[in-house]
Design a protein around this ligand. Structure first.
Ligand SMILES: [Zn+2]
Length: 406
């Protein structure tokens, strides 16, 4: 077998394509393979009709998987045909997708390497590619994945905000909660952005089939859901609610610590994290100190007790009993004389329906929060995307569970 035949087999090059030469450059560690088109007719890429050949395009190069340690390149002039319906068109090469400078095999391999690498930098070095080439492979992979995504019903959605770059720029993240995948993201967290996101990520049928959506008590998102998914139940996310309660406890502690310190009382110094833990998670070595503080008549101890007493709410089996429990908690909270706690209590009261909807559909953005930490990794890996589009591509590439191979 000649080396040309060997490579023809390896690359799957078939008539009318033919390998005309294989140039093995031992010193340069590379193989250059010339491919020729040997037919006078060709298939129109638009309609598949057999047409006569018109001319050849300029010679182009594709990078293929390395053979042993040799970098391997294909070179060919793609012929153009003249279709009666579509005019002069370039014939598609069987080894690459349109506009890609890599063969299909190389691109598949690269996608797997990028997915498995801890950073773009690592993937880039392994593949011997530059940053732009890696980004282009990711972009094409995501485009393929989005085009292939099926329109199966999605029962539960999560909508969530995420800070994008430093400062006050946000993205809104739409998650399929059951499958734990990001469906799409948009810039901003306003009502219109959220509406656009729901419209672009879901087909009309999918929008009609959504049962419930988990979200924070953020009005813009609730409004968008009510407009675009009128049948869907809004479930306020329990993890956001515990965040609000934690923040209230922290505000009470900060104010009280300041006041005590001015009187020379340092009891609350360095206790920030105690109050944020759940009771059972406080370290053994600190538990005596914490027990004394909890049992004191400090304001922060009361705020903390209110936060802790909210937790059993989530364990109720019946909506009716949960409602009664909430009413009792609310009247305690509102009479607590702790302004930050009262504020959260009022907010929860105003969102009582969405709070209690949890007992019909026990969904939360916990999945989305897990994905958020992956998005965080994407962010730190890329050292800040210059553009939102590059950021979106990366999120979908790593967190979209897309079928991306060529
Ligand atoms: Zn045609």
């Amino acid at each position: 077998m000649q080396i040309e035949d060997h490579y023809a087999l390896l690359l799957g090059v078939k008539t009318p394509w033919e390998i005309s030469s294989v140039d093995l450059n031992m010193a340069g560690n590379r193989v250059d393979i010339e491919i020729e088109y040997t037919d006078t007719t060709g298939v129109c890429p638009e309609c598949g009709a057999a047409c006569s050949k018109h001319d050849d395009r300029e010679r182009r190069t594709w990078r293929h998987l390395d053979t042993m340690q040799f970098s391997t390149y294909l070179h060919a002039q793609l012929p153009r045909i003249k279709c009666p319906c579509h005019g002069v068109k370039t014939v598609t090469a069987p080894w690459a997708t349109k506009n890609s400078r890599f063969t299909l095999l190389f691109e598949s391999f690269a996608i797997r390497v990028i997915q498995a690498s801890r950073s773009i930098e690592e993937a880039r070095k392994l593949l011997k590619l530059n940053w732009h080439q890696v980004e282009a492979i990711k972009r094409r992979a995501v485009e393929r994945g989005l085009a292939r995504r099926d329109s199966m019903a999605i029962e539960y959605l999560g909508i969530d905000e995420k800070q994008f770059r430093s400062g006050h720029r946000y993205i809104t993240n739409l998650v399929d909660l059951k499958q734990g995948r990001v469906l799409d993201v948009v810039e901003d967290r306003k009502e219109d952005a959220c509406k656009a996101l729901l419209l672009q990520a879901l087909t009309k049928e999918q929008r009609e089939e959504v049962t419930a959506v988990a979200l924070d008590m953020w009005k813009a998102y609730a409004n968008a859901v009510k407009t675009i998914l009128p049948q869907a139940m809004i479930v306020h996310d329990r993890f956001h609610i515990s965040q609000h309660l934690n923040q209230a406890v922290d505000q009470v502690r900060r104010a009280e610590n300041k006041q005590l310190a001015s009187e020379g009382d340092t009891r609350l110094k360095g206790t920030k994290h105690f109050w944020l833990y759940n009771n059972e998670n406080v370290k053994e070595s600190c538990s005596d100190q914490f027990d004394r503080l909890k049992g004191s008549n400090l304001k922060v101890a009361r705020a903390w007790a209110l936060k802790e007493h909210f937790r059993p709410f989530w364990d109720y089996r019946s909506k009716g009993w949960a409602k009664r429990y909430f009413e009792r908690w609310y009247s305690w909270g509102i009479r607590s004389r702790l302004e930050p706690v009262k504020k959260v209590a009022r907010m929860l009261k105003a969102h009582e329906e969405g709070l209690l909807n949890y007992f019909d559909h026990r969904i939360s953005n916990a999945v989305a929060e897990g994905l958020n930490s992956r998005i965080q990794t994407v962010k730190s890996n890329a050292r800040g995307y210059r553009s939102f589009e590059g950021f979106r591509t990366s999120i979908l590439f790593y967190c979209g569970k897309l079928d991306m191979l060529p």
